[in-house]
Design a protein around this ligand. Structure first.
Ligand SMILES: Cc1cc2nc3c(=O)[nH]c(=O)nc-3n(C[C@H](O)[C@H](O)[C@H](O)COP(=O)(O)OP(=O)(O)OC[C@H]3O[C@@H](n4cnc5c(N)ncnc54)[C@H](O)[C@@H]3O)c2cc1C
Length: 570
């Protein structure tokens, strides 16, 4: 049993999420930035802060105990803001650091977490646990069936191991921030200091603003500003120190903490053995694997990234998204490595490298949008007037798209790649998403959900942002008229048909002139022999209808301008 803890009645300044007195020397220089970051993130998250003024806290806290690092989507040891601070704090106080992870199946179901993503998390937890154990830091894993019990479970665990300081990195989505607010409130009553850190983005949400101090709603000006801020000084790319080891006496004091077995699967999220094996090969777990992937990419393929990234048949991108999404590698680590390969420049130099860095800015952009416009987390489009679109609800359309049986080879190839591997190439994500929304006129939210339920790299901000961009309900600078022609996209980005041939075996005998549009380019007899489906819609007709609908909704007065008209998509 841990020793009985002292409970102070005065907790006013101790719980972060309220105001915490901060004692770092450059605090005043950063005050404006912190305020901005806090303002923006308070929409979605408790105010972040750091526990740094340990002396003054020591005086105020009736009890200085151990520290806990609560891992969420940040499953790494290196360059982990909250973990690094937790370790620093524990070392300074001569206390132990514990690590906690919560398996929360109800929350995961509600958020459409893909089983293959859960499998990836579990595999990474095993690797993280090994690394933590080398530092005598026990990783405790708790399963909490009801999501509403997560905050109390976290606090109960803190009490059980005599903790006075709880650290975590901020998750910006609405439900996660509500959960964290609850944790803060319970912590306050339990005399526990909570420290929530900005870690996911290179620049915390709220700090890339227009001249009018407003959030950007278009990527290109955001990117320019982002590059200027990141390049203006070292702090955003400064990597956090690795955690220090606990005293090995902890192995005797808390022996049971070192016996935690990471489950092989979570009920309701099982995947087939073959799929798991494939995922383990294509996305091996662990920080070392992620860094090896990064280095291989940076020392070779990144040079040609600008052109190669659009060709789905080749390995032209980093394939790091699953690691980003689970936090196995940080965006900072990636930008630092890319910049080093570009003679320490963020801009200019090798175009492949700078283009790749700009893709990481996209990732930041969608998180900034989510924090500035939190209603996008609540099933609402960024452009509210597009809520007036009455989508086509025919379930057969959605089903054929999900199964990769639309009769548009590039779309079918993409959907089958997703179904088989849990990953899809970015160009094909755009083509399939645009096809569902603009050719089939199916609600983008159905596609967003299906992607989330199947992607190993599922990430709310990037997925929601990507879907809304494709559906023209989001932050695209271009208005409603961006509609891809799937056949032209296919000819342009998969000219030989190699990608299609890989994923749609019915078409493997076709050459480059036939494969993009088999029903249009083959005789009916030859087409019938393929046993491939005829196109679900005619693109030209669907395009015209979609243009009409979007035009009417955009001009006809939608939710944001008080109108109530709806437009049918039959
Ligand atoms: C409809 C749609 C849904 C998407 N859903 C997701 C998702 O759930 N999770 C996800 O990580 N990405 C998503 N993306 C973005 C993008 O497709 C993937 O990040 C990319 O394909 C991952 O491959 P990579 O790691 O090889 O990327 P690279 O080309 O090597 O890029 C490096 C990293 O930059 C980031 N990035 C690249 N492109 C984008 C982008 N357009 N938006 C945001 N971040 C980007 C990713 O973290 C990526 O790993 C989606 C895009 C679309 C159009």
């Amino acid at each position: 049993m841990p020793p009985k803890r002292a409970v102070s009645t005065s907790t006013t300044e101790k719980v972060i999420g309220k105001k915490v007195k901060r004692g770092i020397s450059n605090e005043s220089n950063n005050a404006k930035e912190s305020r901005n970051a806090n303002n923006a993130s308070s929409l979605a998250s408790p105010s972040p802060s750091t526990v740094t003024d340990t002396t003054s806290q020591k005086e105020k806290l009736s009890f200085i105990g151990n520290c806990v690092m609560w891992f969420r989507t940040d499953l790494r040891l290196k360059d982990n803001r909250a973990l690094s601070l937790a370790s620093k704090h524990a070392t300074k106080q001569n206390k132990n650091l514990f690590a906690l992870y919560i398996i929360s199946p109800q929350e995961w179901k509600a958020h459409d977490v893909a089983p293959i993503r859960v499998d990836f998390w579990l595999r990474n937890l095993v690797s993280l646990q090994d690394k933590l154990e080398e530092l005598n830091i026990p990783l405790i894993v708790r399963t909490v069936n009801l999501r509403r019990n997560v905050p109390s479970t976290v606090i109960e665990y803190c009490k059980a191991v005599n903790v006075s300081h709880l650290f975590a990195n901020i998750e910006y989505e609405i439900n996660e921030s509500r959960r964290d607010k609850k944790v803060c409130s319970l912590a306050e009553h339990s005399d526990i200091v909570v420290s929530l850190e900005h870690d996911q983005c290179i620049i915390p949400p709220g700090l890339v603003l227009t001249k009018q101090q407003k959030p950007y709603t278009v990527y290109t000006p955001f990117k320019k500003s982002w590059l200027a801020i990141v390049g203006s000084g070292p702090k955003y790319l400064e990597l956090s120190p690795n955690p220090a080891p606990n005293n090995e006496l902890i192995r005797e004091q808390y022996a049971s903490g070192f016996n935690t077995k990471i489950p092989e699967f979570v009920e309701g999220f099982q995947i087939l053995t073959a799929q798991s094996k494939r995922a383990s090969t294509e996305f091996p777990a662990g920080e070392d694997a992620a860094h090896q992937r990064l280095q291989t990419f940076i020392s070779g393929r990144i040079e040609n990234y600008k052109e190669a990234r659009n060709i789905p048949s080749i390995d032209g991108t980093s394939s790091l998204s699953a690691y980003f999404a689970a936090g196995v590698i940080s965006a900072r680590q990636c930008v630092v490595a890319a910049r080093a390969a570009n003679k320490n420049k963020l801009q200019c130099g090798n175009i492949g490298i700078t283009t790749w860095i700009e893709e990481i800015a996209w990732r930041d952009f969608y998180r900034h949008v989510l924090v500035a416009f939190p209603y996008v987390c609540m099933n609402r489009p960024y452009k509210l007037e597009t809520e007036n679109i009455e989508w086509n609800n025919d379930p057969a359309r959605l089903r054929r798209w999900c199964e990769g049986k639309t009769g548009y080879p590039i779309v079918d190839a993409g959907m089958r790649q997703l179904n088989e591997t849990g990953w899809m190439h970015n160009r094909v994500r755009m083509i399939t998403a645009m096809f569902l929304t603009k050719d089939l006129l199916v609600n983008w939210q159905d596609g967003e959900r299906y992607f989330m339920q199947h992607l190993i790299d599922g990430d709310f901000a990037s997925n929601n942002g990507g879907w809304q961009w494709c559906a023209s309900t989001g932050t695209d600078a271009q208005p409603w008229f961006r509609i891809f022609n799937p056949t032209l996209q296919s000819q342009k980005f998969d000219p030989n048909g190699d990608y299609i041939r890989k994923w749609v075996p019915e078409l493997s005998s076709l050459g480059p002139n036939e494969i993009h549009d088999p029903s249009g380019s083959l005789s009916p007899k030859r087409f019938a022999k393929l046993k491939y489906t005829t196109p679900i819609v005619d693109h030209k007709t669907a395009r015209e209808k979609t243009l009409e609908i979007y035009k009417a909704v955009t001009k006809g007065g939608g939710a944001s301008s008080g109108g109530t008209k709806t437009y049918k998509l039959n």
